[in-house]
Design a protein around this ligand. Structure first.
Ligand code: FES
Length: 140
């Protein structure tokens, strides 16, 4: 029941932070789109990365899923803002689950957030590397 949910979950559920979408063709925007096979829920998490500093300056999400998945993505976007890619990539689903006091059956919901962060980082790294290569070729 609802009483099993901690106040932190309720707050991120009632007032999710950073809901939105960014242009996924932007070279400095990484997009992670992941799904949970167990329930079919889907999460899209995006990050904007400053190419000079490697810092995540902005993060938004759209989650088509349960309350715990929404709360997990909301918390994830808050946590990764201002972090470097390596640090953000080190965020574990168990940290999210602990912060939100998710019950064991909801652990896969926080796993979505971890997977989405990783996927977004991989995407932006690939795009920024390709862009840097293009600049080099153009200058040659
Ligand atoms: Fe599947 Fe929460 S029940 S993401």
């Amino acid at each position: 029941g609802a009483r099993a949910y901690h106040a932190n979950v309720i707050d991120h559920y009632d007032n999710p932070r950073n809901v939105g979408s960014m242009d996924k063709t932007d070279v400095n925007v990484g997009t992670g789109l992941v799904g949970a096979p167990a329930c079919g829920d889907v999460m899209k998490l995006q990050i904007r990365v400053d190419p000079d500093t490697g810092t995540i300056t902005e993060s938004v999400f759209k989650t088509f899923g349960c309350g715990s998945a929404i709360a997990s993505s909301s918390l994830a976007t808050e946590w990764i803002k201002g972090k470097g890619l390596a640090e953000a990539g080190g965020i574990k689903n168990r940290d999210i689950a602990k912060e939100l006091r998710l019950p064991p059956v909801k652990l896969h919901c926080s796993m979505l957030a971890e997977d989405a962060i990783r996927a977004a980082i991989k995407d932006v790294k690939g795009k920024q590397a390709a862009a840097a290569e293009t600049v080099k070729v153009a200058a040659a």
